[in-house]
Design a protein around this ligand. Structure first.
Ligand code: ADP
Ligand code: ADP
Ligand code: ZN
Length: 214
């Protein structure tokens, strides 16, 4: 099963993608996580990506597309995957379609998690992220068992720099300009499914499972 997650920053893509990956036993591929890991490890890619990310801007397509095309060609992705945070622009979507077509493959679902901007701004201040393993929590809606500590790997949780309110507003603008057109793109491809992302985490997941098993 090949899935892409759509939705604004903080819509819940990562939260849902992790659960989908676990239930259907496919890899969760998050470009945001890949960039953050590269920044942490001080790679060339990380150095290039950081400036864009800190400003709430998208990393250029040239740095992003090949990375994903290579990743989905790996062995663990042969039965499918859930892409989280990619594609984010029409050229990225076209690059993905082209790479899949070249192998006689196609995506099965594009799941758009719909959340109004007002809710997103409120949500982001409460997000806490683990840089160790990529797990994500929310102070109110999905708290870790121990304050400030990752349930999965025991490392410290942080508020991402780009989750501060000024940057969140900028990321929302970038989303509306550059990413939202993908909804039309995948609607025309006949694979778009929409879910109400304002419901609680488990309800959103149930709605997604209904789609994927339906
Ligand atoms: P969120 O889950 O809150 O939307 P991500 O972790 O997906 O955030 O992305 C964080 C940042 O990483 C983005 O604001 C952007 O700078 C960069 N990024 C992630 N994926 C992409 C992509 N496909 N294209 C360009 N930039 C990306
Ligand atoms: P995205 O990957 O789309 O940026 P996340 O999955 O990281 O979004 O979720 C953003 C924040 O909102 C996190 O703190 C997460 O725990 C929380 N969250 C995710 N889904 C919900 C939901 N349905 N209701 C309330 N909070 C949520
Ligand atoms: Zn962790």
């Amino acid at each position: 099963m090949k899935i892409v997650m759509l939705g604004g920053p903080g819509a819940g893509k990562g939260t849902q993608a992790k659960q989908i990956a676990a239930k259907f036993n496919i890899p969760h591929i998050s470009t945001g996580d890949i960039f953050r890991a590269n920044i942490k490890n001080g790679t060339e890619l990380g150095k290039k990506a950081k400036g864009y990310m800190d400003q709430g801007l998208l990393v250029p397509d040239e740095l992003t597309c090949d990375l994903v095309v290579d990743r989905i060609a790996q062995d663990d992705a042969k039965d499918g995957y859930v892409l989280d945070g990619f594609p984010r622009t029409i050229p990225q979507a076209e690059a993905l379609t082209k790479a899949l077509n070249a192998r006689g493959e196609a995506l099965d679902y594009a799941i758009d998690i719909e959340v109004p901007d007002e809710n997103i701004v409120k949500r982001m201040g409460g997000r806490r992220a683990c840089l160790g393993c990529g797990a994500t929590y929310h102070l109110m809606f999905n708290p870790p068992k121990k304050d400030g500590i990752c349930d999965v790997c025991g490392k410290e949780l942080i508020l991402r720099d780009d989750d501060k309110p000024e940057t969140v507003q900028k990321r929302l603008n970038v989303y509306h300009d550059q990413t939202q057109p993908l909804i039309q793109y995948y609607s025309e491809a006949g694979i778009l499914k929409e879910v109400d992302g304002t419901k609680d985490i488990n309800e959103v997941f149930d709605a997604i499972v209904l789609i994927l098993e339906g």
